[in-house]
Design a protein around this ligand. Structure first.
Ligand code: XMP
Length: 494
């Protein structure tokens, strides 16, 4: 008879330890790096660099073009979600790509025989302060602005635009650059220059405001043509979507699956990657063996099996990998092949984000952190006097019914019984993404200062962890006090 006393452990229970954010802290080191001087430039895929190592998640309550534009302008990146049909996502990519174009293509125009009153109302509605005046063939006849209109509003608001417009229009050809356009504006004391073809027909508009805005975002993530970079999530089996967004000049495709270490997913992702020009990031995985498979064809690897705030994968399936260990295992393999790693999910504070980088990630992806911002989809709701925005897992019932089921390798429509792996929730409303990103990146820079590393690659080399006990975790949070004023970067129940 086998005695339990001889060996209380079955082989099955000789298990490795896996750690997550709260289990570790960065060991402070001698430093000559001031946080403000720490350089956060990084790569998300083999050929795409960022000045800020932060991505917003490809979730239908987080990233559509508005957040993608805001993130790219500030040097980070938003990944457009895939709970929309192919035409919609192509539109969204184009919106991102066009957002900071020197030449505006969707120009609000006036016609010469509109009344001054009608044009005034139209400009008000469209939020513009001037408009080129064009005939039926699109030929530019003049330009009209608030200044031209004002005297007429007093005495002759039924007069026609042709009376009020400035008819000596300064135009420029298609190949005008920002410097030439600005020179024209200064020389002629004007704020907008219509762009015309050889037949003097309107093809676009350059505005002073647009040029100054581009200058303001000098660390923005831009492609070789100066357009904002666009990234899109596609399912592992969605060839049509992948090809369509690739043709729309998407810079990085994220082949997105809850368990990418699945033979069918890997085979299909490999084929998709070979058929597109964009870089291809594949995820999610959480082990060395999975990374070993992906380094053969992926331009980046995304890590995270169940760490997300809205994820229930671990409790529903009993499977998962605590995130710090997952990132470290994948990065061990990926770094040998010079493939960037993205840590996706579970990040609540800037400290978590920089710990993920210390474990070997090149960039981090966050959902809940950004879901409460103005730029995320959805409206603000008030509950018990506090403001919130909706935030739901892509594996929640609602998101799967809207088309996200294949991320979880399941088909789902309204009549199906669904096995969700996520919840539908609300997250505190946070205002503009600018402040959130500022706090996140600022905290990460401070972390680099504590380790004495001036760049992300140096930080990854120098950073060391210490293990933290539950008592150490309690010590690390605000304790034994009642918080009287909210900090912009800390809430005890994040
Ligand atoms: P955070 O913690 O930043 O996590 O809110 C965002 C990441 O969570 C993943 N995700 C899910 N995981 N069930 C899951 O198991 C879900 O329903 C779900 N939805 C999103 C995803 O990787 C995201 O970037």
């Amino acid at each position: 008879m086998v005695s339990d006393k001889a060996d209380p452990f079955s082989e099955k229970l000789r298990v490795p330890e896996a750690l997550t954010f709260d289990d570790v802290l960065l060991r402070p080191k001698e430093s000559r790096v001031e946080p403000d001087n720490a350089d956060t430039a990084t790569r998300v895929s083999t050929s795409v660099e960022l000045t800020v190592p932060v991505l917003s998640a490809a979730m239908d309550t987080v990233t559509e073009s508005e957040l993608a534009i805001a993130m790219a302008r500030r040097g980070g990146l938003g990944v457009l979600h895939r709970n929309m049909d192919v035409e919609e996502v192509v539109d969204e990519v184009e919106r991102v790509k066009r957002a900071d174009d020197l030449i505006i293509r969707e120009v609000v125009t006036a016609s010469p025989d509109q009344t001054v009153r009608a044009v005034d109302e139209m400009m008000d509605e469209e939020g513009v302060s001037g408009a080129p005046v064009v005939d039926e063939d699109g030929e530019v006849l003049g330009i009209i602005s608030g200044t031209d209109i004002r005297p007429y509003l007093e005495v002759g608001d039924r007069d026609q635009v042709r009376e009020a417009m400035t008819d000596e229009v300064i135009t420029a050809p298609e190949d005008v650059d920002a410097r030439d356009a600005l020179e024209l504006m200064y020389e002629h004391k004007i704020e907008r220059v219509p762009i015309v073809d050889d037949g003097n027909r309107l093809t676009g508009l350059v505005t002073m405001q647009g040029i100054l805005q581009r200058r303001e975002y000098d660390t923005a993530a831009r492609d070789a043509e100066g357009r904002l970079r666009a990234r899109v999530a596609v399912g592992p089996f969605e060839t049509e979507r992948a090809v369509a967004v690739d043709e729309a000049d998407t810079d990085v495709l994220f082949i997105d699956c809850a368990h990418a270490h699945n033979r069918n997913v890997i085979d299909s992702a490999r084929e998709l990657a070979a058929g597109v020009e964009a870089d291809v990031v594949v995820g999610n995985v959480g082990t060395r063996e999975a990374a070993q498979e992906l380094v053969e064809f992926a331009d980046g690897i995304k890590v995270g099996i169940g760490p997300g705030s809205i994820c229930t994968t671990r409790v529903i399936t009993g499977s998962g990998m605590p995130q710090i260990t997952a990132v470290a295992q994948v990065a061990d393999v990926a770094s040998q092949h010079d493939i960037p790693v993205i840590a996706d999910g579970g990040i609540r504070y800037s400290g978590d984000a920089i710990k993920a980088i210390a474990a070997g990630a090149d960039a981090v992806m966050l959902g809940s952190y950004f879901a409460g911002t103005d730029e995320a989809p959805g409206r603000v709701v008030t509950m018990n006097g506090k403001r919130y925005k909706q935030y739901r897992g892509m594996g929640s019932v609602g998101a799967m019914q809207s088309g996200g089921g294949d991320r979880y390798l399941k088909e789902a429509d309204e009549d199906d019984e669904i096995i969700p792996e996520g919840v539908e929730a609300a997250t505190p409303y946070k205002g503009s993404v600018e402040n959130e990103l500022f706090q996140l990146v600022g905290g990460m820079r401070s972390g680099m200062g504590y380790v004495g590393a001036g760049t992300i690659p140096e930080f990854k080399r120098r950073a060391e962890f210490v293990r933290v006990s539950p008592a150490g975790q309690t010590e690390g949070h605000a304790h034994d006090v009642v918080i009287t004023d909210e900090a912009p970067n800390y809430s005890p129940d994040s």
